[in-house]
Design a protein around this ligand. Structure first.
Ligand code: BGC
Ligand code: BGC
Length: 861
């Protein structure tokens, strides 16, 4: 424990303490906080930025008559049911029948019967049950087939055994639209084999700030690539419009997402605000929609984000005027996961404003019944005009009719042999080869001769989970094991097979150690291939505060250095969902390959980096960057056309074996995000602890890391559990029994120089909810080491907070400096300790520059 120093100068402005969550301080709003977009910008919506497009499919009077006929027979209850999409965990076939529900989805990591290993037949069976329920007219209603949607974003990624294609960022680098078309078709077949009708893909975001955790779902930061790919992918999934294959049983309904501007939010914050002109919105962010619409895409998913302060789910101008009227979209707009609740005046179960703005179907996973009841009420009262209801339902029926769901001809359903079949895996392997981008190849180290001793190191070398990233079996891609990937090949396995065939030897050693026994010939490695990079993540959880790779703890760099010191040439195979600042790793590597997130067919890497047994190149590198690679750690928004554009590797860069480029190994290494560029919020814990910070329980004895979503100290004095505030598991509930004083800490392995935060008048900011009030001392500490702790009593502030409600708390960092914290070497970004019983939920823990002035707890300087 740190010794305690009195914070003499701390003046508690208690009166100002109670701010409801949501009433954020101006300083916080500056950070582009998603919950509270600013309102002061009035957007000029002239429409002139948009082309006037005709509907992609020619008018079909027979189809329209069918729709009109169905509408006439449907009751208002049946119509409202069509507007609802519930999640398979929360709705039974019986309920589908009773409420005439229009759609179901399975979220990331949801499977029939809660069984991760559910087979194609199990999926098919459940799909049939929902379908039959929807067509059951024993209660006298009209038979309208249900439509089931799933996120097949890199293959049918919720299915154990499916082919996992490289994530979109890798496909972007391949610059091969025809390949994308084939991947779309293969994915549609795997999805159709499970009886699912619709995929929530492709994402056509044009990502401008690589800190966004969904960067890897984007093909490129450049609109032209996204535009071309969107068309190819939609045509691959749905079939080409006008042809016989269009929406036949081998093809599916596609959804382009997330409309609109999801890749343009300030600081790359998921669900944030995109503050751009209408021109920029149309030319950059809408590029993929315009081409996808022309290809006949049948659905569009509304986005969580706002445009200049207005949430897309309630955006009448963009959803109705632009998308439907101007761009000629005659399919339907589906919401994102409870996305309507962000619209002003709305809650999860009540949101007429979204339907009135032009949303046609709510994605409302669990609270669908209450939303149904309220929407029906609003339809009856006229708060939602009858014409709007009829328009929304017509659009849904139009898509269902076009997709042949009424007849439900399912040639592939239940065909387990289609999932992960050799043809699809070969296609994925081809995509891996084409997605690799060679950034550095000094002295022509690559290609490697497979007849030699090859050491394969790094924690990504033999990990399908790591090479596949998020949206893989589970939502975040975490918590999987090797048995979740039957038929897949790790990067190491691919290298080993090729090397053994050629007569060389490949040895796997995650930490890079080897001995005289490692290779049969007793010699040391001729070369090391080190595979490392980002851990899996998905939306929201994957947002970064800094693009510096391994900000706090440079373990992989240490591994590279260890090998170099022994005179072993090093090839880095870097797995990541975005370009990151890796100058140190780059300087320590002889060759460096950006491999993105290749998916289940890791052998595609060996195909390119190894020659055949005769020393001939098998496949040369062809990949080119569709995202600029940063030279400096603060280049987070780096895009071609920037006023000053100085990347390390420019958009379009990519070496091949004919290039004799030497990259000097003296790239600037003074990274330290906190020391450079404009000072931005330091994130300590936003959804999860952020590098370099880790969460620990210190309760007597050595502090123990909080691993997983629940942990407690030996005798249970302190328990930490993940809970939901705004999104899944974005907060922690800390429970102290009060047996002794103990704390929960955000610690860094190495001391951090955070003095600029003091200089720039930062505040510690967090969301907090007191579930059980304290009666004994409670402290917040920021500390550097033994004897260097700044401490502040939280007893009174916590006692004055409303129990059970979220509040936003801000504390001037000076309070900690004045009581002893040396901000040039902080090891504990925040520690919360309690002597007595206390139950406290916390989230969004940050240092916010400039926040001190309006902080609720202030200290004189
Ligand atoms: C994501 C969408 C996804 C949906 C259903 C949302 O949280 O933003 O991309 O399609 O969930 O899983
Ligand atoms: C679902 C995802 C969804 C997310 C939204 C998860 O439980 O599996 O599909 O995008 O929740 O918060």
């Amino acid at each position: 424990m740190f010794y305690k120093q009195q914070c003499a100068a701390c003046a508690l402005a208690l009166s100002a303490l109670l701010t409801a969550c949501g009433e954020r301080s101006p300083a916080d709003a500056d950070a582009g906080e998603p919950a509270e977009p600013r309102k002061e910008t009035v957007t000029a919506t002239t429409g002139s930025a948009w082309p006037q497009l005709q509907p992609a499919l020619p008018g079909n009077s027979e189809l329209e008559e069918k729709i009109a006929g169905l509408l006439q027979r449907m009751s208002l209850e049946e119509k409202v049911g069509q507007l609802i999409q519930a999640e398979i965990k929360y709705i039974t076939p019986e309920e589908v029948k009773e409420y005439h529900i229009g759609s179901v989805l399975n979220g990331g990591g949801t499977y029939p019967n809660n069984d991760k290993f559910a087979t194609a037949q199990d999926w098919q069976k459940l799909a049939d049950a929902y379908y039959e329920a929807s067509m059951d007219t024993s209660d006298g209603g009209v038979a309208i087939p249900i439509i089931w949607g799933s996120d097949a974003v890199h293959g049918h990624n919720n299915l154990v055994g499916a082919t996992l294609f490289p994530h979109n960022i890798g496909l972007g680098a391949s610059r091969d639209p025809e390949l994308i078309h084939r991947i779309g078709r293969a994915t549609a077949r795997e999805v159709a084999a499970t009886g699912v009708d619709w995929t929530f893909a492709p994402t056509v975001a044009v990502v401008r700030d690589d800190r966004w955790g969904r960067t890897y779902e984007s093909y490129s930061e450049a609109p032209d690539v996204v535009s071309e790919y969107a068309r190819s992918m939609v045509e691959g999934i749905q079939g080409s419009k006008g042809s016989k294959e269009f929406l036949d049983g081998h093809h599916l309904v596609s959804a382009t997402k997330h409309f609109l501007g999801d890749g343009g939010t300030t600081r790359g914050i998921d669900r944030g605000d995109t503050r751009v002109s209408e021109q920029e919105l149309a030319e950059i962010h809408a590029a993929g929609y315009i081409s996808a619409l022309q290809a006949g895409v049948q659905t569009v998913m509304a986005s969580f984000n706002s445009w200049n302060g207005d949430r897309l789910h309630g955006h009448q101008y963009l959803l109705t005027e632009v998308l439907k009227n101007r761009l000629g979209f005659d399919g339907f707009v589906v919401g994102d996961w409870n996305g309507h609740r962000f619209v002003e005046g709305c809650t999860v179960d009540n949101c007429a404003a979204a339907i009135n703005a032009g949303l046609d179907m709510f994605m409302v996973p669990s609270d669908w019944k209450a939303l149904y009841v309220n929407t029906l009420k609003q339809a009856k009262s006229g708060e939602i005009p009858p014409a709007r209801i009829d328009d929304a339902v017509s659009r849904i029926l139009r898509v269902k009719l076009r997709a042949g769901l009424f007849e439900r001809d399912r040639p592939l359903a239940g065909r387990a042999d289609i999932l992960g079949n050799p043809e699809h895996r070969a296609l994925a392997r081809e995509a891996v080869r084409k997605s690799l981008v060679l950034l550095k190849n000094n002295d022509q180290l690559l290609p490697l001769d497979p007849r030699r001793n090859i050491l394969v190191a790094g924690d990504g070398a033999d990990s399908i989970a790591k090479q596949s990233g998020g949206w893989t079996i589970t939502w975040q891609g975490t918590g999987t094991t090797a048995e979740d990937f039957p038929g897949a090949t790790s990067i190491y396995q691919g290298i080993r097979t090729a090397v053994e065939t050629a007569g060389g030897e490949a040895a796997l050693s995650e930490n890079g150690d080897f001995s005289a026994d490692t290779f049969a010939n007793g010699k040391k490695p001729d070369v090391a291939v080190v595979v490392y990079g980002e851990e899996p993540y998905a939306e929201w959880h994957g947002d970064l505060a800094s693009i510096e790779y391994q900000l706090g703890n440079k373990e992989d760099l240490e591994l590279l250095k260890k090998l170099k010191r022994q005179g072993i040439p090093v090839v880095s195979i870097f797995l990541s969902g975005r370009p990151l600042w890796v100058n140190k790793e780059m300087n320590t590597s002889d060759a460096f390959v950006a491999a993105w997130l290749p998916g289940s067919e890791g052998a595609g890497v060996a195909d390119v980096i190894l020659t055949d047994a005769e020393g001939e190149v098998q496949h040369d590198f062809t990949g080119q960057l569709t995202f600029s690679w940063p030279k400096l750690v603060h280049q987070t928004t780096l895009n071609p056309g920037d006023k000053s554009y100085e990347p390390l590797f420019a958009y379009g860069y990519g070496l091949d074996y004919n290039d004799k480029v030497q990259i000097a190994s003296d790239l600037p290494e003074d990274g330290d995000t906190y020391a450079q560029g404009a000072l931005e919020d330091a994130w300590l814990m936003v959804s999860r602890p952020r590098e370099p910070w880790g969460l620990f329980i210190a309760d007597g004895g050595e502090p123990v890391p909080v691993a997983g979503n629940r942990a407690s100290s030996g005798d249970g004095n302190i328990t930490v559990a993940s809970i939901d505030m705004e999104s899944q598991e974005d907060a922690r509930l800390i429970d102290w029994k009060g047996l002794r004083r103990g704390s929960v800490q955000l610690r860094a392995q190495k001391p951090q120089d955070l003095s600029r935060y003091l200089d720039e008048n930062a505040a510690l900011a967090l969301d907090i909810r007191v579930d059980r009030q304290p009666e004994k001392p409670v402290y917040a500490q920021i500390a550097c080491a033994e004897g260097c702790a700044g401490e502040l009593s939280l007893l009174k502030p916590l006692q004055s907070l409303p129990a059970g409600d979220w509040s936003h708390l801000t504390i001037d960092l000076q309070c900690f400096a004045e009581s002893g914290a040396d901000f040039s070497r902080i090891s504990h970004g925040l520690a919360l300790s309690s002597k007595g019983p206390l139950s406290l939920a916390v989230a969004n823990i940050k240092y916010v520059p400039g926040g001190a002035e309006s902080a609720q707890i202030r200290c004189q300087g």
